[in-house]
Design a protein around this ligand. Sequence first.
Ligand code: GDP
Length: 357
Amino acid sequence: SLTLGIVGLPNVGKSTLFNALTSNDALAANYPFATIEPNVGVVPLPDQRLDKLAELFDSAKTIPATVSFVDIAGLVKGASEGQGLGNKFLANIREADAICQVIRVFDDPDVVHVDGQVDPTSDIDTINTELILADMQTLEKALPRMEKEARTNKDKRPALEVAKQANAVLEEGRTLFAAGMSDAEELRELNLLTTKPFLYVFNADEGILADEAKQKELRELVAPADAVFLDAKVEEELKGLDEDEQRELLESIGQTEPGLDAMAHAGFHTLGLQTYLTAGPKEARAWTIRKGWTAPQAAGVIHTDFERGFIKAEIVSYDDLVTAGSMSEAKSAGKVRMEGKDYVMQDGDVVEFRFNV
Ligand code: GDP
């Protein structure tokens, strides 16, 4: 499954946040056979639609989609110079599908900042610089080979041109993501770090959580990446509380939902994922697919046999189903469609697959 790699300077609250992300009891109950690695935090994607479906279908339980965050320790200045931890750090990032940077914006004289002061812009620059330098090294090695190939094979020229453009962007000190080059097919095989989508988690204090103007400013700083604001210490405390206590603690800092919920949604969005829904007496469940996937590809997420033997999909949009009030009424209202193998899944499709075994 796709993952977001959590990075950040020392002392910004990564471990605290990661602690809050892991040891999720609800999740262990739903996925008893999933091996969850110690450096992976799996967060459920809150989805109120599942509760409604469970009501309509009298489902015994609900199973939300999840988002996986991997703890990537050890960014140090100079990582791109390839020393010890640096190499390992970059290799771990290369394996992640998106980069989630935790940035300290909380004030606390007792917690030392590595650069002496809280300065989000400088923290972002520090991380970006290491990733940009690493990508420039990759290109420095690849470009001569690509030039040689392009000389004898004109089909290789477009790839060379895009790689040169990428190099120019990096030389300006910009990430390829910020330059809108994340989806460039020509760059795929180079697996450059800065093409990965970015997500920023601002580890904030109460003051900033209540300060819309400050948040707007920080959002603008990181656009087009998504930004999430939370207090890692509060998130860690929430873990040990029951629902009422959680609500009380959140209210006391002016929040309506846990920051981890917002982080799950933003992570899901950053990875370019979406869900479709199934419901029956056993469970109401959200399944994770990529945007743009067809019905057979989506069926394959449930079981590979479903993809191979795909015949058609019976689909009703969640909103239509809820408006109709039941599956049979949705059918009489003509809202339930039979879709074939070319159908592109839409977010909120409630689906039953028909297949041959
Ligand atoms: P890491 O080095 O990025 O993993 O940072 P840690 O999670 O170890 O946090 C460093 C220190 O900052 C610890 O003493 C944490 O208790 C503290 N800390 C983490 N998050 C917050 C926060 O939101 N507010 C405050 N005041 N302290 C925090």
